[in-house]
Ligand binder design. Structure first.
Ligand code: SF4
Length: 82
């Protein structure tokens, strides 16, 4: 048979290897990094998005529940925490 005397290929010592190649790890902006995010004390994975709204007659705050890990990259209200 052909290949006699040929020793090629990869030898392993029995351990599994996980190689992540060609994979770019991009960190996503989340509400946690926004100044408008106020985490709940009992569950910091959730919180309120509190934003100041100014209209011609008055200024007020509006709040809505959000998840801490929500994607903030497309949010027009995002303000980076200092
Ligand atoms: S303004 Fe946008 S990014 Fe900031 S907490 Fe609210 S929803 Fe999240």
């Amino acid at each position: 048979m052909r290949g006699s005397g040929l020793s090629s290929g990869t030898e392993t010592d029995g351990k599994d290897q996980y190689v992540i190649s060609g994979k770019e790890v991009v960190r996503m902006l989340t509400c946690t990094e926004c100044r408008n995010f106020f985490p709940l004390q009992e569950n910091p994975q959730k919180g309120d998005c509190v934003q100041r709204v100014v209209d011609p007659r008055q200024a007020y705050y509006k709040a809505k529940p959000v998840d801490a890990e929500r994607d903030a990259s497309q949010c027009p209200g995002f303000q980076k925490k200092n």
